[in-house]
Design a protein around this ligand. Structure first.
Ligand code: PMP
Length: 296
C-alpha cells in the first residue's frame, strides 16, 4: 500500500461496462447504497494471473444481490470476463479484486426497485492483510462486544456492505486494546468468526469449526476443509462455546484476504501455531496457484 490513499492510485476501474480512470471512479452523494447499505461485493484474489475460484465468487455475488432483492445486469460469464479484463488492463498478476454492485441514486426512498443497479470492479496489489511479522507469529484476537445477528435479523448469507458495520466497530475496539482483530460471538453466545474471516481450532488430529448458520460460509473455509480432509484431519462442524477455547492447541483464521493465518492468542488463551497450521498454510498456497502452472 506504501501509504498512497486507495482512491488516489493510478489504474483502471471497470465501471458499468467500461474502463474508467481510477481517480474518476465516483458515485453520487444520493447513492442509495451509501444511505441504506444496499450494496453487495466480493473479495477475491488473483494468483499468477488467474483469479482463484472466480466462478464461485461470481456466483456468490449474483446470489448476494438476489438476497438483497436486486439483479446485477450482467451474467456470470460477463462478470468473469470483466474480472479477467481488469487484471489485464492494469497489468496485474497477483492482486486483490473487489467487484461491487449497488443501488444507485435515482430515488432515495426505502422502496428502491426504481433505482438502477451499478456494477464495478477494482483490483490492486495487496499482498498481506496482516503485517507479515504478525502473521507468522500468529495474530492476537479479543472477543468483541458486538455479536453476529440471528438469521431472521440480517441477510447473513449475502456478502452485503451493511453487515460490515459491526465488523468495523469490533475491529476498532480490538485494535484500541492492542489486539490485531476481534473474535465475534453470535446472538446465542457461540463462537462465530472474526471480522473478515472464518475460524478453525485443532486438537488431536481434529479441526473444529463453528457451523456457518448465521455468518458467511467462506470460500477459503470450504477450500481449507477439503485440504484438511485430504490430509487425514477430521472436520467437526458444530456449535462451539467460548468456554472451550482452552481445549485446543492450534487456531487459525481463513479468508480470501487473510488466506490461512495462525492465531496465537484469544484473550487469555494461548495457541502455538505448529504443524497442522503450517501444513494447511502451505497446502493453501499451493492450491491457489494456477492449475496449468501447478501441473508443469
Ligand atoms: N467472514 C466474513 C465476515 C468475511 O468478510 C469474509 C471474507 N469474505 C469471510 C468470512 C471469508 O470468506 P472468503 O473465504 O470467501 O473470503
Amino acid at each position: 500500500m506504501a501509504g498512497i490513499p486507495l482512491d488516489q492510485r493510478d489504474g483502471w476501474i471497470w465501471f458499468d461496462g467500461e474502463f474508467v480512470e481510477w481517480r474518476e471512479a465516483k458515485v453520487h452523494l444520493l447513492t442509495h447504497a451509501l444511505h441504506y447499505g444496499s450494496g453487495v461485493f466480493e473479495g477475491q484474489r488473483a494468483y499468477g494471473g488467474q483469479v482463484f475460484k472466480l466462478r464461485q465468487h461470481t456466483d456468490r455475488l449474483l446470489n448476494s444481490a438476489r438476497i438483497l432483492d436486486f439483479k446485477i445486469p450482467y451474467s456470470a460469464d460477463e462478470i468473469d470476463a470483466a474480472c479477467e479484463a481488469v487484471l489485464k488492463k492494469n497489468e496485474l498478476t497477483d492482486a486483490y479484486m473487489r467487484p461491487i454492485a449497488w443501488r444507485g441514486s435515482h430515488e432515495l426512498g426505502l422502496y428502491a426497485r426504481g433505482n438502477p443497479v451499478h456494477f464495478a470492479i477494482a483490483a490492486w496489489e495487496w499482498p498481506s492483510y496482516f503485517k507479515p511479522e504478525e502473521r507468522l507469529k500468529g495474530i492476537r484476537l479479543t472477543v468483541a462486544d458486538w455479536r453476529r445477528p440471528a438469521p431472521d435479523t440480517s441477510p447473513y448469507a449475502a456478502k452485503a456492505t451493511g453487515l460490515y458495520m459491526i465488523c468495523t466497530l469490533s475491529k476498532h475496539a480490538a485494535t484500541d486494546r492492542g489486539y490485531t482483530d476481534a473474535l465475534m460471538l453470535d446472538y446465542r453466545g457461540q463462537i462465530a468468526e472474526s471480522t473478515g474471516s472464518n475460524i478453525f481450532f485443532h486438537r488431536d488430529g481434529e479441526l473444529h469449526t463453528p457451523t456457518p448458520d448465521c455468518f458467511l460460509d467462506g470460500i477459503t473455509r470450504q477450500t481449507v476443509i477439503g485440504l484438511a480432509k485430504a490430509r487425514g484431519l477430521k472436520i467437526v462442524e458444530r456449535a462451539m462455546m467460548p468456554e472451550e477455547l482452552a481445549d485446543f492447541d492450534e487456531c487459525f483464521v481463513t479468508g480470501t484476504a487473510v488466506e490461512v493465518t495462525p492465531v496465537a492468542e484469544i484473550d487469555e488463551h494461548r495457541f502455538t501455531p505448529s504443524e497442522v497450521t503450517t501444513s494447511l498454510m502451505e497446502a493453501y498456497s499451493a492450491e491457489v496457484q494456477p492449475k496449468q502452472a501447478a501441473a508443469e
